[in-house]
Design a protein around this ligand. Structure first.
Ligand code: BDR
Ligand code: CA
Length: 343
């Protein structure tokens, strides 16, 4: 069993990560907390509740925390993830509601109640995680494993030329979080999935077609570059339909930025690392975040050679296997879609 505490800013690739995790029978969602980033806080929470219900996991506690980053104004990104964060997808409104507890309390209470048992996955800015560590400085030791999607080391940024989105939204939180892991044993250091390797996880239209086949859809789901932008899916399978509508928007966004008709599904990769189902390798590093320079705000730096003379605080993912990742995604989410919705 993998018992998961998640923090998300759902978000197209966060939604895919949730669908993938929900497809794994061995994954238990202890709670999911929402951070603003891809969309505003309330929208992120609603998207998260709606996705969990769509994926057959109703009743999971979804809590909100900080409404804005620690020290900089909030910026959201409707051009990347659509006006409501899920691209062209419009999910049924969730029947569940947002928890009354603060996200940071949810994390601290769960980690104290189950020391050494919980895997943490953060696919959002690190605001809530930093607040939780302020409340419980032993949090990095209480968690069994921490996986973070964020940063860009020897790779160009996706928000500024050098900075990655999650870290750029709340650079001060990221700096605090990495500082909190300094000097811990190697197996307690966060596994950091940065753009260096998540941009290798390129989802393409063919993967959606294969997903619809794995879901047992009578009609293949075809998302094609020549189709008009914003075309909506008519798939009879609701999970395939909504994922297709969400991903079509992500393909269009990447094409607008000359990256091709594809999507980097960063958070799905991080989810597979957290669940232990995807292949990857890591390198130990000391990671720090720039929070003063206007030019380099939110830029992450990894010292692999101990040049700073500081103890390591992260295990940065240095290798992954996109082919294995997509085979696993299609197999598992296809089976979930069939289980839940096949007629
Ligand atoms: C990260 O930023 C967000 O837009 C994505 O959901 C992902 O978590 C990639 O930089
Ligand atoms: Ca995200």
């Amino acid at each position: 069993m993998t018992r998961l505490l998640l923090d998300v800013d759902t978000g197209i690739d966060d939604a895919l990560a949730l669908a993938y995790l929900a497809s794994l029978p061995e994954v238990e969602f202890v709670a999911v907390t929402a951070t603003p980033g891809n969309a505003g806080l309330r929208q992120v929470a609603l998207n998260t509740l709606a996705m969990l219900e769509l994926c057959g996991r109703p009743g999971v506690e979804v809590a909100v925390g900080a409404e804005v980053p620690l020290s900089v104004p909030l910026v959201t990104t409707p051009e990347t993830h659509g006006p409501q964060g899920l691209g062209h997808a419009v999910l049924p409104p969730p029947s569940g509601s947002v928890s009354a507890r603060h996200a940071a309390d949810v994390w601290v209470e769960a980690a104290r109640a189950h020391p050494g048992e919980l895997t943490a996955l953060i696919t959002a800015p690190l605001t809530n995680f930093a607040l939780a560590i302020r409340r419980e400085p032993r949090l990095p030791e209480l968690l069994k494993r921490v996986v973070i999607m964020g940063g860009s080391f020897y790779h160009q940024g996706n928000t500024t030329p050098t900075a990655e989105w999650n870290t750029h939204v709340d650079p001060h939180a990221a700096k605090e979080v990495y500082a909190a892991f300094r000097g811990l044993p190697e197996d307690r250091l966060p596994i950091v999935c940065s753009l260096d390797t998540t941009e290798r996880i390129e989802m393409r239209p063919e993967h959606i077609r294969l997903l619809s086949a794995a879901a047992g859809c009578a009609v293949e789901e075809l998302v094609l570059p020549e189709q008009p932008e914003g075309l909506r899916s008519t798939s009879e399978n609701p999970l395939v339909r909504h994922l297709s509508d969400a991903l079509r928007f992500y393909f269009e966004f990447h094409r607008h930025y000359d990256q091709g008709y594809l999507a980097h599904v960063h958070d799905f990769f991080a989810a597979g690392v957290a669940a232990g189902t995807l292949e990857y390798s890591t390198r130990t590093a000391t990671v720090d975040v720039e929070v003063e320079s206007t030019l380099l705000m939110g830029t992450t730096v990894a010292d692999y050679r101990k040049l700073w003379g500081h103890p390591p605080n992260a295990r940065v993912v240095s290798g992954n296997n996109p082919e294995q990742a997509f085979q696993e995604l299609i197999r598992s989410v296809g089976a979930l879609a069939a289980r839940l919705y096949e007629r």
